[in-house]
Design a protein around this ligand. Structure first.
Ligand SMILES: Cc1cc2nc3c(=O)[nH]c(=O)nc-3n(C[C@H](O)[C@H](O)[C@H](O)COP(=O)(O)OP(=O)(O)OC[C@H]3O[C@@H](n4cnc5c(N)ncnc54)[C@H](O)[C@@H]3O)c2cc1C
Ligand code: FES
Length: 594
């Protein structure tokens, strides 16, 4: 019979790490005597980052003595102590390739159920002084697992572990872990995993996304082959061409006082590859002929599948690119265009669709409306748009025409400061702003998918309002017209400084250039930086990461041009046209969509 050899707890503490402070509960210490296992935690235990660890589904982390022995041998170390792998229960027995999701165990007075493998996270590497540990746990099939507490009660070191029920489908922890992180993701196995009710909701969502991909893509028009791991990050079909291609401006149209559209065609007038509704183009231009090129993203606002692309640009006062495009571009000019990219994509479904935008944020949701009107879709489709007034209300006529084609289309337009000439009930639905009161008054369908684009505050307010109306967070999708929002789990940060050149430039010959497109920063590479992620951090470019060693795909970033080398190799490669920046270095000049 398996035995509980050590019960380990620890509260989060601040730890110095690479010049930063990390708040982490990965340091656990053995407890002598009984400890009460409660629904959310063992008494005396805590987690530093509840987004990644802890909670009902991850109340207790288990790791096995057999894996201790494996790592001692592999790493040639003899300094491990109980709790070394951040686990609450160090156990003799319960191997990852024997324990199944949904198995239930009685330990002491408490009853537990296995919910999921361990979450891949850099902190286990921090605790062990082995940065690649998160990847090693996966590639050696020794992740350990989480349990939830079905019956609260006391446990103590030395307790026997009695199996009282077997999980349906007999799917082991090691198999489940491999199904998510390692290449392959066979459809029957995904279906099998999804038949285990005890599997945590987070892992179920990941397996559903992989299953949708196995079905040929869950996005409208998304039947093209995918690469990458959609269980870990949003993916899209590979970009239609690498780098930039010249395209000709064949039309320029005003859309409102400050917004104008550019229509782009291939130089040979061949139809351009179809984009998915919601995707954007990267545009490279040289406003200053002596200066470096400037790259900006613009969502496609025209009908997906049309022979040409349309982008719509708001001229920002003092904005470099938008002013250049407005003042210098004319029909017949040639401009460099990167292939459509992006994962803010209209999903294929029968359920209602809410398209919410403010100002220039209308562009990607307009492409979605175009796609829905082209079918025309019978789904309930709501267009909610916030503008200042009629003069600053782009695409008004176009949206009216599109909605008229939809049997269940509805429109709600707010003007924050309508002019006397703006007609209530015709040009706009109400004066003021969308807020919780307005949104809940409309009673949006709870099974809708919502797509939101606009200023940060608008997206935050609308997300909160829709959640308050009963939409689940997984149905609310947003597109940010700027730098990505940072994900740096557990790192204690102050206000983010503006991106800048690295404070310390290593000596020696500089390598290829690295451009962070959204941040508008280009800097030379040097091997001393380590990885592209570490260079971005040295520049305070907002970045997203978790494992920092090629497993979790949190750092996956569109690679607009150039190539990278990996060390270590990712456990599963990223989507074609993207890079895992935590474990890569540039092999040529690169442009990253960061
Ligand atoms: C995925 C994605 C999709 C996008 N889609 C669209 C789209 O469809 N349409 C669109 O218009 N934009 C879109 N954007 C934004 C676009 O990429 C640019 O950021 C935008 O056009 C502004 O670029 P700019 O060079 O004109 O401004 P920048 O020169 O980059 O300036 C940024 C901001 O700072 C302000 N600023 C600059 N200099 C000064 C100064 N001296 N004093 C005060 N303020 C100053 C500018 O007014 C501007 O608001 C998208 C962005 C992303 C990431
Ligand atoms: S941070 Fe996990 S793959 Fe890069």
């Amino acid at each position: 019979m398996a035995t509980l050899t050590s019960v380990n707890v620890g509260l989060p503490k601040d730890v110095a790490w690479r010049g930063a402070t990390v708040r982490t509960g990965i340091w656990k210490r053995p407890v002598t005597g009984p400890v009460t296992a409660r629904r959310l935690n063992l008494d005396g235990d805590g987690q530093g980052d509840l987004a990644g660890h802890g909670g009902e589904q991850r109340a207790v982390l288990v790791y096995q003595l057999d894996s201790y022995r494996h790592w001692q041998q592999y790493m040639k170390r003899d300094d491990f102590v109980p709790g070394q792998f951040g686990e609450n229960f160090t156990v003799d027995g319960l191997a990852d390739d024997e324990v199944c999701i949904g198995d239930r165990y009685r330990i002491g007075d408490a009853v537990f159920e296995v919910t999921q493998p361990r979450v891949t996270c850099y902190r286990v590497g921090l605790r062990l002084g082995e940065p690649q540990m998160a990847a090693l746990l996966v590639s050696h099939h020794r992740p350990g697992f989480y349990m939830r507490v079905l019956t609260e009660g006391r446990v103590r070191a030395g307790d026997e572990i009695a199996k009282i029920a077997s999980g349906p489908e007999a799917m082991t922890v090691a198999q489940t872990d491999a199904l998510l992180y390692l290449p392959g993701h066979p459809r029957p196995e995904l279906e099998r995993a999804l038949r285990v009710p005890a599997l945590s909701p987070g892992w179920q969502t990941s397996f559903r996304a992989l299953l949708a991909d196995a079905d040929g893509g869950s996005q409208a028009g998304g039947s093209q082959a995918r690469s990458g791991n959609s269980g870990l990050t949003n993916t899209a079909p590979p970009p239609a061409w690498p780098g930039f291609r010249p395209q000709e401006i064949v039309g320029i149209e005003p859309e409102s006082a400050s917004i104008f559209s550019l229509t782009l065609a291939s130089a040979d007038r061949e139809p351009l590859p179809a984009a998915l509704p919601g995707q954007y183009l990267g545009i490279r231009m040289r406003p200053d002929p002596q200066g470096p090129p400037v790259i900006r993203n613009y969502s496609l606002s025209g009908r997906p599948g049309a022979q040409t692309y349309r982008i719509s640009v708001k001229q920002e006062p003092h904005g470099v690119a938008s002013t250049y495009l407005h003042q210098h571009m004319k029909v017949g000019d040639i401009i460099d265009v990167a292939a459509p990219r992006g994962t803010f994509l209209l999903k294929n479904a029968d359920t209602p669709v809410l398209l919410l935008s403010a100002g220039i944020g209308a562009t990607p949701v307009l492409a979605m409306l175009q796609a829905l009107a082209a079918q025309p879709s019978p789904r309930p489709i709501w267009w909610l748009h916030a503008a200042r007034d009629g003069e600053n209300h782009p695409f008004a006529e176009e949206v009216r025409t599109l909605l008229a084609r939809l049997p269940a289309g509805r429109s709600f337009v707010s003007y924050s400061t309508p002019r006397d000439t703006d007609r209530p009930g015709v040009d706009y639905t109400f004066a003021g702003r969308f807020d919780l009161g307005r949104i809940s008054g409309l009673k949006p369908p709870q099974d809708a998918d919502a797509y939101i684009c606009g200023p940060d505050a608008f997206m935050t307010d609308m997300t909160e309002a829709l959640k308050a109306c009963g939409l689940s967070a997984s149905r609310i999708h947003t597109e940010i017209f700027g730098a990505v929002s940072a994900v740096n789990p557990g790192v204690v940060t102050g206000p983010a400084p503006a991106p800048h050149q690295p404070a310390r430039v290593p000596g020696g010959r500089p390598g290829p250039s690295v451009s962070f497109a959204r941040t508008g920063l280009t800097t030379p590479w040097h091997p001393e930086y380590g990885t592209l992620l570490e260079l971005a951090e040295a520049c305070d470019v907002p970045v997203r990461w978790s494992c920092r060693t090629g497993v979790c795909h949190t750092c996956e970033t569109a690679l607009v041009t150039g190539g990278v080398d990996y060390s270590p190799d990712p456990v599963e490669p990223p989507a074609q046209g993207s890079a895992l920046i935590c474990c890569s270095t540039p092999t040529a000049d690169v442009v990253l969509d960061l």
